[in-house]
Design a binder for this molecule. Structure first.
Ligand code: FAD
Ligand code: SF4
Ligand code: SF4
Length: 403
């Protein structure tokens, strides 16, 4: 890639002010670009009235025929929780289930990539979710997680085995690691995909909301490998398969400890005050701006306690200060997939629906019979959100008293 100023420059200076990086100056009535400052952002190209600035993006055609198989990065529960240490996270099973579907369509293998301090028979568990092969990297240095150590190891693996598709959870580790890998490999990465498929040309179709969630974009990476995507937890459905023999490839990758730039000195576990995080909840009682105030929103906590549920919220409820952001369901919050989702006073904007529409049963309560939330709900209750919550609480309490 490069940038140049052509001879037809008329010296109007319009490009100078357009450059956010102060890379353009005028010399002898011609624009001159300082290549050490230029980031090739293209802003100057837009303003030049005579099209005198040209950015060339050379597309090198690479031979991609050696790339095959679908890889899934296997993630483990937070290292801070000793009881859960080494436990495979649910999102990895979700990715494997989708990965199985993709691998079958391509007639290729589904491979799980495991970086761990110690193998705990992971291949057995992973086979239940469709893995054909496990790349097993065992080393004490993989605990705690470290971006540099993980990316260096996975880079060696990719260069040696050349996957066609590589999927990561859109978790804090996946969101840290996947962009690092994509930048190192100079390939694209589609974040927060809501669906994945294979098209007629055998390419990965990476679907995700775009333009604030108002349209769905299908993204392809025809010229680079691996095709990389992250998927949020609770988006893909888990499909168990009959366990079978799994090929385990143990790789002993040399790790340079000196590349670890972060030292974990102490860990603080956030107080969870007895509720299950919404991403893991079976039942969610969720509220929106229709609850009107923080005080009125409180009633949902009472209902949630009775149902042994977690409390969710729309972004409008969070922005209005009714509840903390970690309860937000939706595109810029958390994606959830509970058995039961109760939506009180939530309109059903597409950015909210994208985060909860896969719930098993949705019950919506809204005073507007035309509210969009009813388009995804199994049961619709038209009425005042606060009143209905109150009535439900009374009913549940009296049912419990009888029982
Ligand atoms: P409103 O749209 O104001 O709806 C309130 C509803 O309550 C209405 O349907 C009304 O009929 C009903 N109502 C009013 N009074 C009562 C009553 N007394 N009883 C019963 N019903 C009543 N939103 C999210 O939720 N999650 C996200 O992650 C998210 N991310 C976003 C990302 C982007 C880039 C953008 C642009 C927007 C995002 N939004 C998100 C915002 C989203 O577009 C909506 O603005 C938001 O979901 C609206 O929240 P709400 O339904 O609570 O409020
Ligand atoms: Fe400046 Fe962007 Fe033009 Fe480079 S491409 S000179 S950074 S405006
Ligand atoms: Fe030259 Fe175009 Fe810059 Fe004007 S805007 S100085 S014509 S390169």
């Amino acid at each position: 890639m490069g940038i140049e100023v052509l001879n037809n420059c008329i010296g109007c200076s319009k490009c100078v002010g357009s450059c956010p990086f102060e890379a353009i100056s005028m010399s002898n009535k011609k624009a001159v670009i300082d290549l050490t400052k230029c980031t090739l952002c293209g802003a100057c190209v837009q303003v030049c009235p005579v099209k005198a600035i040209v950015i060339s993006r050379e597309m090198v055609k690479r031979d991609l025929s050696a790339y095959r198989d679908v890889w899934v990065f296997v993630e483990f529960a937070d290292d801070a929780d000793i009881k859960k240490q080494g436990e495979i996270k649910k999102v990895s099973f979700e990715l494997l289930s989708k990965g199985r579907f993709l691998a079958d369509k391509l007639n290729q293998k589904l491979c799980a990539v495991v970086l761990t301090d110690k193998n705990r028979d992971y291949e057995k568990i992973l086979s239940e979710y469709g893995a054909d092969r496990v790349y097993l990297l065992e080393n004490d240095e993989y605990l705690p997680y470290d971006t540099d150590i993980y990316s260096a190891s996975i880079m060696s693996l990719i260069n040696k085995y050349k996957p066609s598709i590589f999927l990561f959870g859109a978790t804090y580790k996946g969101r840290d690691l996947a962009p690092r890998m994509a930048a190192n490999l100079y390939v694209g990465l589609t974040a927060d995909c809501t669906d994945l498929n294979i098209n007629n040309d055998g390419l990965l179709v990476q679907s995700r909301p775009a333009f604030g969630g108002n349209i769905m974009a299908d993204i392809l990476s025809p010229n680079s490998r691996p095709q990389m995507a992250t998927v949020r937890p609770n988006v893909m459905k888990i499909v168990k398969v009959l366990p079978k023999a799994v090929e385990v490839i143990k790789e002993d990758i040399r790790i340079d400890k000196n590349i670890r730039r972060v030292k974990v000195v102490q860990r603080h576990k956030e107080e969870e005050k007895g509720y299950t995080k919404i991403e893991n909840a079976d039942i969610i009682v969720s509220g929106g701006r229709g609850l009107k105030s923080k005080e009125k929103f409180e009633i949902l906590n009472e209902l949630a306690k009775l149902l042994n549920a977690s409390v969710g919220a729309s972004r409008a409820a969070v922005d209005s200060g009714f509840i903390d952001k970690k309860h937000q369901v939706g595109q810029s919050g958390t994606t959830v997939r509970p058995r039961l989702y109760l939506a009180f006073g939530i309109s059903g904007a597409v950015q909210h629906l994208v985060g909860m529409k896969n719930s098993d049963v949705i019950v919506a309560i809204n005073k507007d019979p035309n509210a969009m939330i009813f388009s995804v709900s199994k049961y619709a209750i038209i009425g005042d959100a606060h009143d209905i919550a109150k009535k439900l609480i009374e009913k549940i309490k009296s049912a419990k008293a009888v029982a």
